[in-house]
Design a protein around this ligand. Structure first.
Ligand SMILES: [Zn+2]
Length: 539
């Protein structure tokens, strides 16, 4: 398949393939992402993986071999104890994340594994194929030994690069060049990185360090596998070591003196490699989760998003926006509008009317190079499913009856997984005061207070419930006020008629659910069922 240059993914794939031809002809193309399992992996960080995924996926679609490395920064130090974790975990601050015990009750071997696991599961659910690399495994196996020795030998050169970005103020506080050391040993006794390198011999590679715990020793760096390069050196080292051609990064990495900018110089001057093609990606915001997360004391994760939306919809959010464009992922009512937009695009695609860029984003959403993402065989509108889930409180038999009446759904499985996502959204994200509760018994006081016209309207409604379809019920609720005004069923709406219809709808909501508003009335009537509607309207 040749490039049609239809969207941002295609354009990056073109650039990456061309660059790979120049740098490493005939070799598999390397795209990369990096994540820190220092705590729950925030949904906002998913862009770090989705951006190279989409590009790698496009490269694979074109029949080229491409590997997407996911570097787990699990050899980084444990920095702080997050909210909700026993304060005694503070004793582990300074240890590698893989040396910190997992939170209590976790089935995982250590802190890093505990937080990696749900992300790995979410990526699999999203059809994202990655080759995970544990930096603990890499460093402790000596995989970077040559690179570490190079960085230490070239420490004055690295320091010179860093000094180009030091402001006058900062340089006053900065260490002298001869003191700069790009490698940090983890203490052999307490495992923490509270160490200071006190001497280094370039000839023998003998390195002496002391630790705040009181321990100190001399090791040979050429044999030492319990330490790591500092971040601004570690990142460019890996670009060179892995031959990364494409790796995006967040906006926070792009200020002067930041890791991306500094790394771009260190990778060539020290490691003889090249910086990847690396777009800066914009922030992804979350709406409607704030209240939940502060009360639960944790953060929204990709798994939380996949609990309320299908994988293709979440993929689509990333595919349709260029990396530099920010967007929001909705956990509030906005998700219903998002799904309306998604379904409208699906209809456009089916009708052959989608624009090339829309079509490209749609295809990337529903299908990865490895195969199609799970789809819902009978996709009823998300807002309808949410209403049904709300009204039935998840009762399976009622749900099937309503969906069958509404849209001819033959089994709940045909409506899944979308049905389950809508159910979960209602359960977890619709505030209690917005939930719909169908009355058990008629509101006798309200019924007794009604005038003759209102009673007649309710009787006309009850008599018309025989046409038990969405269209029939829609015609009925709009038609009753017309009939009462002596108008034909196809009468055009006048301001007077609209007022009468609004009053009639409000009366029905009060009688059925005890509020002035609720789910769309035809859907609500269908959900409540004809017998119960007749009872509640007193007819
Ligand atoms: Zn120590």
């Amino acid at each position: 398949m040749d490039s049609a240059e239809t969207d941002w993914v295609s354009r990056f794939a073109d650039d990456v393939i061309a660059e790979a031809e120049r740098r490493a002809p005939g070799r598999p193309i390397v795209c990369a992402s990096g994540l820190s399992p220092s705590g729950p992996i925030h949904l906002g960080n998913l862009r770090e993986v989705m951006t190279p995924h989409l590009v790698a996926d496009e490269i694979r679609r074109r029949g080229r071999e491409c590997v997407h490395l996911l570097s787990w920064d699990d050899y980084d130090r444990f920095r702080r104890v997050p909210a909700g974790i026993d304060p005694s975990w503070a004793e582990h601050i300074g240890k590698p994340l893989t040396s910190v015990p997992a939170p209590p009750g976790s089935p995982h071997a250590n802190w890093a594994e505990h937080f990696k696991s749900p992300m790995i599961e979410a990526l699999a659910g999203l059809g994202v194929e990655v080759h995970g690399i544990s930096q603990t495994q890499q460093y402790t196996s000596g995989a970077y030994r040559e690179q570490i020795l190079t960085a230490v030998r070239e420490r004055a050169r690295i320091d010179a690069v860093l000094s180009r970005y030091r402001t006058k103020q900062a340089s006053g506080q900065a260490s002298e060049p001869e003191d700069y050391f790009p490698y940090k040993p983890y203490c052999d006794l307490c495992e923490r990185d509270l160490t200071t390198v006190t001497a280094y011999d370039d000839e023998t590679t003998e390195l002496a360090y002391t630790c705040e715990c009181g321990f100190g020793e001399t090791v040979r760096l050429a044999e030492h596998d319990r330490g790591k390069l500092v971040w601004k050196v570690d990142w460019p080292m890996r670009w060179a070591h892995e031959g990364v051609i494409f790796e995006p990064s967040g906006v926070d990495h792009h200020s002067p003196g930041s890791a991306w900018i500094v790394g771009g110089q260190i990778v060539g001057e020290v490691f003889g490699g090249q910086q990847p093609i690396g777009p800066m990606y914009a922030f992804v915001g979350i709406t409607g989760m704030a209240k939940m997360s502060s009360s639960k004391g944790d953060v929204p994760t990709p798994s939380d998003a996949l609990a309320i939306m299908e994988a293709p919809v979440l993929r689509w959010l990333y595919a349709r926006r260029k990396p530099a464009q920010s967007f929001k992922i909705a956990f509030d009512q906005e998700i219903q509008r998002l799904y309306d937009e998604w379904d409208a695009l699906g209809r456009k695609v089916a009708a052959g009317q989608a624009q090339p860029a829309e079509l490209a984003a749609y295809n990337r959403a529903v299908h990865a190079a490895a195969g199609p993402l799970p789809a819902t065989p009978h996709p009823v509108a998300y807002r309808t499913l949410a209403s049904v889930a709300d009204i039935t409180t998840g009762h399976a038999e009622q749900t099937l009856r309503i969906l069958s009446d509404l849209d001819g759904v033959e089994s709940l499985d045909a409506a899944r997984p979308r049905l389950d996502r809508a159910q979960r959204w209602v359960d977890d994200h619709v505030p209690a005061d917005q939930r719909t509760r169908v009355r058990e018994t008629p509101d006798q006081e309200l019924l007794d207070s009604l005038g003759a016209g209102e009673r007649e309207g309710l009787r006309l409604l009850a008599d018309g419930l025989d046409d038990w379809t969405l269209e029939g019920l829609t015609a009925l609720v709009y038609g009753v006020p017309k009939l009462q005004a002596g108008l034909p069923a196809d009468a055009k709406a006048t301001p007077e008629l609209k007022t009468a219809q609004r009053a009639f709808f409000a009366l029905l909501y009060r009688l059925l659910v005890g509020r002035d508003t609720g789910p769309r009335l035809p859907t609500l009537l269908m959900a409540v069922g004809a017998g119960r509607v007749r009872k509640l309207v007193g007819a």
